[in-house]
Design a protein around this ligand. Structure first.
Ligand code: NAP
Length: 286
């Protein structure tokens, strides 16, 4: 990698952030397209400092992760309409000092789904009501999916179902739901708790499409069970890579080298295989 006086700077801000695979993915992408740029991880809670730093040092783009996706909004100059509807930002573009917020979690999830299944009119159950579930819910609503939300904490699930004008069902009642698509948007099953599955096996029927947005491990317990029951599955790596690819396009105006990005993430997950075992340090939270 060449670094000189023309090297452009990008990064991710979060707290914690050292688990993130975004640096591996974006640096592989810059190298693949011969772009003189680097992408670093910044672990901080000082959002005002981040914003001042982006302007002062001409940092061209920033990913935003837990716990800053909502709080960063008040520091930005402009929001893309989808990020405004969702109320969360995972991407900042520095447009000559004007900082614009986007939500590529939503568009990344949509792309991962759309390449496998037609979404208009589909009956979809979303597990969870956190930031990721909210992003995916707004994206799916925008393409005409018929949504049902379930969540461990009913009040939070009900609030999201009201925001999306859709049905809420209590977590204990999901085995009675008739659905064509399940989107798993909780951390259940993420390393090191790799033997956890958020739903009863009885929900998994042949022909059902199951997407798990957890991407470490690459094949979660839920996806393994779903495959054994004849369901079609979509893993969390595809959403992660597509949200990153959209960031890359917004920042560079270039076509993202998606297969390079996917390979970099899967290789990094492979290297972290040992840390996926129960009792080891967790990796891969976005
Ligand atoms: P979040 O805002 O903290 O929300 C977490 C959600 O999961 C809440 O609805 C919470 O329910 C539920 N939950 C947590 N632990 C649970 C448990 N033991 N049983 C049942 N429900 C539980 O987190 P987030 O940002 O939405 O992220 C959720 C997951 O998505 C994380 O694993 C993250 O790594 C992953 N993610 C992946 C991508 C990707 O690109 N693939 C992108 C973003 C996020 P309560 O309301 O009851 O607490």
């Amino acid at each position: 990698m060449k670094i000189d006086q023309y090297t452009e700077l990008y990064g991710i801000v979060g707290l914690p952030v050292k688990h993130s695979l975004s640096p591996v993915m974006h640096n592989a992408a810059f190298q693949a397209v011969n772009k003189n740029a680097v992408y670093l991880a910044f672990e901080t809670g000082d959002l005002k400092g981040v914003i001042n730093g982006m302007r002062a040092l001409s940092i061209n783009g920033m990913s935003v992760t837990i716990p800053h996706k909502v709080n960063i909004i008040s520091y930005l100059d402009e929001l893309h309409p989808l990020a405004k509807d969702i109320g969360a930002v995972n991407t900042i573009v520095n447009c000559k000092g004007r900082l614009i917020g986007y939500n590529t979690d939503a568009t990344g999830a949509l792309r991962a789904l759309e390449e496998r299944i037609s979404l208009e009119g589909i009956r979809c159950l979303i597990l969870g009501a956190g930031g990721a579930a909210r992003s995916i819910g707004f994206a799916l609503k925008g393409v005409g999916a018929i949504l049902t939300i379930t969540n461990r904490t009913a009040s939070r699930g009900q609030a999201l179902s009201e925001a999306l004008s859709c049905t809420f069902v209590p977590w204990e009642r999901i085995d009675n739901i008739d659905t064509e698509l399940i989107v798993q948007a909780t951390p259940v099953g993420m390393a090191p708790e790799v033997d956890a599955c958020p739903i009863p096996e009885s929900v998994l029927k042949p022909g059902l499409m199951v997407m798990d947005i957890v991407y470490n491990p690459y094949r979660t317990k839920l996806l393994k069970l779903a495959m054994s029951k004849g369901c079609d599955v979509i893993d969390g790596v595809s959403m992660f890579v597509y949200q990153g690819a959209e960031q890359f396009r917004l920042w560079t105006k270039m076509d993202p080298p998606i297969s390079v990005m996917e390979r970099a993430v899967k290789e990094a997950l492979g290297r972290h295989h040992d840390s996926n075992r129960p009792g080891q340090k967790s990796q891969g939270k976005d």
